[in-house]
Design a protein around this ligand. Structure first.
Ligand SMILES: NC(=O)c1ccc[n+]([C@@H]2O[C@H](COP(=O)([O-])OP(=O)(O)OC[C@H]3O[C@@H](n4cnc5c(N)ncnc54)[C@H](OP(=O)(O)O)[C@@H]3O)[C@@H](O)[C@H]2O)c1
Length: 284
């Protein structure tokens, strides 16, 4: 699979696999193993998903069976709010390394822009400089928070993982992240199927023209925008389907048609809404 080059020179696959909302340890291990055997190399987990141990099991099994070597994989985790601040973040990352059964994590992100995330970032920066982490970044940072982080840290975030899908295209965020050399990753590229994404007439029509599914059209649209999608599925056939996006190109007219689907709002929630800030901070 092709790679994008991050602002620190590290290479990251152009398309990845996420394991949000898969909690049972053996099921997570099975899904990760299947994803690697289907061809995925970028795996995205988080402390808050409660499944880093299952991800570690799946990776160990895939390496043990000779499907892949550690250096071919690109593993991401994220520091949750209950570990915000320098000391707690440092020790939470020791836990992540142990659960993932890794000596090196390719990318660590601050999961949410809440709490003492500057302290979190200092701990991440230290591990990055020590070579334990390959690249550091943020998630759910709207342009104002992203610019602040970039201006007040020696190590500019390499990645910002935000919701991007045809209903929430993040055009303004794309501008500001690009200005600071921050690679965008798309979470919920299918909006988790909300707003009838998988039966949307525009996406179906474009898919028909290429002999592709709606899911493939959406992932291709993101890759053509230079955004790294993270798709989640527990089904191996869909993993293969979601990876089979490198043998066709959307035309300018098709890209424009999808651009016309933008509603400019989240399909989930706005991280700047005070009641949602309360909600997310109360999750742990
Ligand atoms: N940073 C953050 O705050 C944040 C937030 C959310 C997600 N994420 C990351 O982004 C990843 C993806 O986001 P997500 O899991 O929320 O949502 P998503 O990838 O947009 O949607 C997943 C849903 O789509 C279905 N699906 C997948 N491929 C399909 C296909 N080819 N055809 C039909 N249905 C298909 C899956 O069903 P089945 O599983 O039944 O196949 C699942 O219900 C996560 O796993 C996580 O790594 C990060």
């Amino acid at each position: 699979m092709d790679s994008v080059q991050l602002n620190n020179g590290v290479k990251m696959p152009v398309s990845g696999f996420g394991v949000f909302q898969i909690e049972d340890r053996s099921e997570v291990a099975r899904v990760v193993y299947d994803a690697i055997s289907a061809g995925y190399r970028l795996l995205d987990t988080a402390q808050s998903y409660g499944n880093e141990d299952g991800v570690g099991d799946g990776i160990a099994a895939a390496i043990g069976d000779g499907l892949v070597s550690r250096d071919e994989l690109f593993i991401t985790t994220k520091v949750w709010l209950n570990a915000a601040g320098y000391d707690k973040a440092r020790s939470s990352l020791d836990d992540s390394l142990r659960k993932l059964r890794l000596e090196h994590i390719d990318l660590v992100l601050i999961h949410q822009p809440f709490g003492d995330y500057y302290g979190t970032y200092r701990a991440m920066t230290e591990l990055y400089r020590g070579g334990v982490i390959g690249a550091i970044g943020v998630s759910n940072f709207y342009p104002d928070r992203l610019v602040d982080m970039a201006l007040h840290n020696e190590v500019v975030p390499s990645v910002n993982q935000i919701e991007v899908n045809p209903f929430n295209q993040q055009i303004e965020a794309e501008h500001w992240n690009s200005k600071y050399g921050v690679q965008l990753e798309a979470w919920a590229p299918f909006a988790e199927g909300r707003n009838k994404l998988f039966t949307d007439p525009t996406l179906l029509r474009i898919g028909m023209a290429h002999g592709k599914t709606v899911g493939q059209v959406v992932l291709r649209w993101l890759v053509q925008r230079g955004i790294v999608p993270l798709a989640k599925t527990t089904h191996i056939e869909r993993m293969r389907e979601n990876l089979n996006i490198f043998d066709f190109t959307l035309t300018d007219a098709e890209m424009m048609s999808i651009a016309g689907m933008d509603l400019g709002t989240s399909q989930f929630f706005d991280h700047r809404a005070p009641d949602k800030v309360e909600y997310v901070n109360n999750l742990h």
